[in-house]
Design a protein around this ligand. Structure first.
Ligand SMILES: [Zn+2]
Length: 292
C-alpha cells in the first residue's frame, strides 16, 4: 500500500487463475498482461485506488480468448460499482458535479452519466412495487437540462415510489394513464395547482385528493375514530378514553400509558391502527417542516 497524499494505492495480487468463460476448462494460459488501476472508494478525503496486473487468457481446450473479470467491476470500466454508488449518493445529497469531479478525480460528464444510469436502475427496481394506499405527488427541480420532475411518494413507508420527468399536464397525464394499480390508492396528497388536480382526480377515482398536509393529519384522525367505532362503539363513546387516544404518544404520562395499554389488550387490532396513525402523523409533521 502506498500513500500519495491525496491518493492511497493498494497493490493487489491475483492468486487464482480463472476457468474458461466458454467451456469452463481450467487449462488456461496467460496470453498478455497489463496493469490496471481502479477507483475503488473514498477514505476520508483520500481516493483509494486498487492497482493490479490483469491478463488476457487463452483456453487450451477450446481456443477461446478472454479477459479477466472481477466481481463488482463491469467490463472495461475504470471504477468499481461501489465507487459509482458513492458518487451517486453524494450527488443525490446535493454535492455538485464540479465538486465531485475534483474530489473523485472524474470528469463532469462521468458524474452525470453514472447518476443517470443509477437513477434509472432505481426506478426500474421500483416499477414492480404496487402503488401504496396513501401517495404524495410533488414537483421539484431535477437538473438544468431536464428541468422539473414529478415525484410519486409512498407516504405509508416514507420513500419515493417513482419519478417522472417533466411537470407539464401532458407528461403527467401520459404517465398516469399507464400506471397500474390506481384503484388501490385511497388518499392522494398534493400541493400542485388545480389543473393537476383534475388530472389526478380522473385517474384515482376512489381516492380522496388532499390539498395539503394539515388536511391529511385531520383526515387520519377522522378515519381512526371511525375505525374505532367499528371495533368498540362503547369505548369510542368514553370521554376519558377519547382524550387518551387523541393525545400525542410523547405526551402520555406513565399512568395514562398503562391505562391505554390495558384497553388495547382487548382490541389488539386497534393498537396497530393507533400506532399507524401516530407514524403517519409524525411523518406529515416532518415533511411539512422539511418543506418550509
Ligand atoms: Zn475453453
Amino acid at each position: 500500500m502506498y500513500d500519495h497524499g491525496d491518493k492511497i494505492c493498494i497493490n493487489a495480487i491475483l492468486k487464482s487463475r480463472p476457468t474458461c468463460v466458454r467451456c469452463h476448462s481450467s487449462s488456461v494460459h496467460v496470453k498478455d498482461s497489463f496493469t490496471r488501476e481502479i477507483n475503488h472508494s473514498k477514505h476520508g478525503n483520500q481516493l483509494v485506488v486498487v492497482r493490479y496486473r490483469s491478463h488476457k487468457y487463452v483456453c487450451k481446450t477450446c481456443g477461446k480468448y478472454f479477459n479477466l473479470k472481477l466481481q463488482g467491476l463491469l467490463g472495461k470500466h475504470r471504477s468499481s460499482e461501489a465507487f459509482k454508488l458513492d458518487v451517486f449518493e453524494r450527488h443525490s445529497g446535493g454535492v455538485t458535479q464540479s465538486y465531485l469531479s475534483q474530489t473523485h478525480k472524474i470528469s463532469h460528464a462521468t458524474v452525470e452519466r453514472w447518476y443517470k444510469v443509477l437513477i434509472k436502475d432505481r426506478i426500474d427496481g421500483m416499477k414492480n412495487n404496487p402503488l401504496p394506499r396513501v401517495i404524495g405527488i410533488d414537483e421539484h427541480f431535477f437538473t438544468k437540462k431536464k428541468g422539473y420532475a414529478t415525484t410519486i411518494a409512498d407516504l405509508t413507508k416514507h420513500r419515493v415510489h417513482d419519478v417522472v420527468l417533466g411537470r407539464s399536464e401532458a407528461s403527467l397525464e401520459a404517465y398516469l394513464t399507464k400506471l397500474p394499480g390506481k384503484d388501490r390508492v385511497q388518499v392522494v396528497v398534493m400541493d400542485l395547482s388545480s389543473t393537476y388536480r383534475s388530472i389526478v382526480k380522473k385517474h384515482f377515482p376512489k381516492a380522496k385528493i388532499v390539498a395539503d398536509r394539515f388536511h391529511v393529519v385531520r383526515l387520519i384522525g377522522f378515519q381512526f375514530l371511525k375505525a374505532w367505532k367499528q371495533f368498540d362503539p362503547v369505548g369510542r363513546g368514553n370521554r376519558g378514553l377519547l382524550s387518551l387516544m387523541r393525545r400525542h404518544e410523547d405526551k402520555l404520562s406513565p399512568d395514562q400509558k398503562v391505562k391505554l395499554e390495558k384497553y388495547f389488550k382487548q382490541f389488539p387490532a386497534l393498537k396497530i391502527l393507533w400506532k399507524f396513525k401516530h407514524e403517519l402523523h409524525n411523518l406529515m409533521r416532518l415533511k411539512h417542516l422539511n418543506k418550509r
